[in-house]
Design a protein around this ligand. Structure first.
Ligand code: GLN
Length: 280
């Protein structure tokens, strides 16, 4: 538990560190295979000042659609909790709705440049991200967990020292694990980054990494879909998911936040969550 507290304390430092390392994080962008990538990550280098997409009455949600049950493909359609809550927000605001599937670490640049009205991707609120975008209230809790092969000699967080950890690039799992051991991490040299969580899980299945640190609900979906994997009982960190909006689009932030608040209060969000997550 001491380690857990230490990890949380380290989050601030870790995210500050990540701010400096943002260029690193973006270097793998642009290689999003497949999918409906209406805003290619390669075209999203930030710094542009496009008109907010909201001006044309379409609410564009930037996401990374490999994060079941929050966003994932069913045929050509992107479905999931975020996809449905996002649509419900657009409906409430009388706006059309479209989803732009980009690399996770291209979401914030897409929002900043106005290519997307909002980012919604099971995205954790962190002090570092709050420097770049504004967040709505939280709509869900996330937990970072560790996936290992059945029979792995990793039984607790301490056993991860010196092992190769797979993460999804730019996520909080990446940020925590890449940090130094003094800050509760395992060091850059012990982390392999993948563009998608599913790629990290494939690497685990083929023995390229020893474990994967990722959010609990996608972890459950990956473990259910692949034989021979399990989730460690010890959680790595607990976090809050929220929707991000450009800092200079305060009016849209308030509209989205108000709509989200109403959808939480009238039970719509819970209904959508219950559709995708069965209570244990
Ligand atoms: N919650 C994690 C984060 O915000 C992972 C989100 C994701 O992979 N879509 O970094």
């Amino acid at each position: 538990m001491k380690k857990f507290a230490c990890l949380l304390a380290a989050l601030l430092l870790a995210t500050l560190f990540a701010a400096c390392g943002n260029d690193d994080g973006a270097s793998g962008a642009g290689s999003q295979p497949g999918g409906d990538t209406s805003a290619p990550a390669s075209a999203v280098s930030g710094g542009e000042s496009a008109q907010p997409a909201a001006s044309d009455n379409t609410l564009v949600m930037a996401t990374n659609a490999f994060f079941e049950p929050y966003e994932y493909y069913e045929g050509d359609d992107i479905v999931g909790i975020d996809a449905e809550v996002g649509k419900a927000i657009a409906d409430k605001l009388g706006m059309d709705f479209s989803i732009s599937d980009v690399d996770f670490d291209a979401i914030i640049p897409n929002v900043q440049s106005g290519k997307a009205t909002m980012g919604m991707a099971g995205m954790t609120v962190t002090p570092d991200r709050e420097k770049n975008v504004s967040f709505t209230r939280s709509y869900s809790t996330g937990i970072q967990v560790v996936i290992v092969p059945e029979g792995s000699d990793i039984a607790s967080l301490d056993d991860m020292e010196g092992k190769m950890i797979g993460v999804q690039q730019g996520t909080t799992g990446d940020i925590y694990c890449s940090d130094t051991p003094e800050n509760g991490g395992f060091g850059e040299e012990n982390v392999t980054r993948y563009n998608k969580g599913s790629d990290a899980v494939m690497a685990l299945l083929s023995g390229k990494v020893d474990c994967v640190v990722i959010d609990n609900e996608p972890a459950k979906a990956f473990v259910a879909a692949n034989e021979g994997l399990k989730i460690l009982d010890t959680a790595y960190a607990e976090e809050q998911y929220a929707i991000c909006v450009a800092k200079d689009n305060q009016e849209m932030l308030e509209k989205i936040d108000t709509a989200l608040g109403e959808l939480i209060d009238d039970g719509t969000v819970q209904e959508i969550v219950d559709k995708y997550i069965t209570a244990e």
